[in-house]
Design a protein around this ligand. Sequence first.
Ligand code: FAD
Length: 386
Amino acid sequence: MTRSTTVVVGASVAGVRVAQTLRRRGHDGPVILLEREPGNPYDKPALSKTVLVQDELPSALGTATELAEENIDFRAGTAVDGLDLVARQILIHGEEPVPFAQLVITTGSRPRRLSQFDGLRGVHYLRTRTDAAALRAAFIRGGRVVVIGGGFIGGEVAASARSLGLPVTIVEAAPRLLARLMPTEVSEAVAGLHRDHGVKVICGRTVTGYRGGSDIEAIELDDGTVLPAEIVVIGIGTVPDTAWLEGSGLRIDNGILCGPNLAAEATDGVFVAGDVARWHDPTTGFYDRAEHWTSARDQAAVVAHNLIADGPPKHFATDGYVWSDQFGVSIQHVGRTGPGLRTERRPTKVGRGQLFVHLSGGHVVGATTFDAPSDLLAVRRDLASR
Ligand SMILES: Cc1cc2nc3c(=O)[nH]c(=O)nc-3n(C[C@H](O)[C@H](O)[C@H](O)COP(=O)(O)OP(=O)(O)OC[C@H]3O[C@@H](n4cnc5c(N)ncnc54)[C@H](O)[C@@H]3O)c2cc1C
């Protein structure tokens, strides 16, 4: 083991990209990539879309052979349980510690749970390919579906279930779908899309309980509504996967706190990327955490650059690009939304899609499109040029 060993914990989009970028940019020290799940690394976005509807496999991020060819020491099925920052080593139960000179933490996030449903058959979360296989099997067996949570993943799962012909209800506690991420106009358009396809959308109601023994039979809401369901999918957001770092001395507060260069605060040679990173954004003065594929990929590039240190350190900046596919409609978003902004619907340049622009003081600061990729790209380019 040389001083220059880089250990990456978590082999999804952020971790695999860091390892590959280090190699492709000429880093020649040992790179060890540790991953809890068995098998080849894979991408997650298809898990709520084509994997559920068409029984596709999620796209691989690289096979073990390909990673070995790039001289990346990929160790699948290795759950890391601790970090010793003083001895600079990674702790794995029942195995020798793995020393590092540089560490990259890319352990992502896991679904926020509703503990009252723990152990009940028919209740699903969706994060891994195993989760997706179980949900797909349940959809094929059939039944009434209730999706708890009206964010992007909830919407995608609802659309997939409906596309397979199942009766679907979405229950969202906020007054509208996507309330945390999108303005009212966009929420209404997404709700309209679901209702047009026969999904029942219930907003402003919370789940208070359930009926059933070992199998789920129905969901109870706070207004007394009872929704019969054989399949319940809980999609109420994620929490960063940091339990293994308890007591490590890293600063953790809804993610690992890091600077704009993605170096973990108060550490030397420890970097963070992807869903687990909560970075300080000097333009707003606040910490931010993204849970989107593009941010994970872009943060990986920044971390690889800063690890190689062959130029001035890079800072992570995001244009907030996010996409989702529901009922075959491509929903894309770029830029800001939030309090104090106004949203206007404008005609699209081509086709049948929809364009919403988000304005601050009369200036376009973001856009959301439905099947209007060139309009989204135009706003994206305009924002980048500013
Ligand atoms: C169903 C689904 C659909 C999505 N769709 C979209 C979409 O349409 N558009 C979009 O922008 N984003 C989407 N996302 C979000 C996107 O996939 C995530 O933002 C992205 O996967 C984050 O990548 P990551 O590498 O940071 O973390 P993750 O993908 O969460 O990967 C973290 C990895 O670390 C491993 N790990 C965790 N703890 C340990 C440990 N202690 N030891 C070893 N390994 C560990 C995990 O097993 C996992 O493989 C979707 C996510 C899901 C789940």
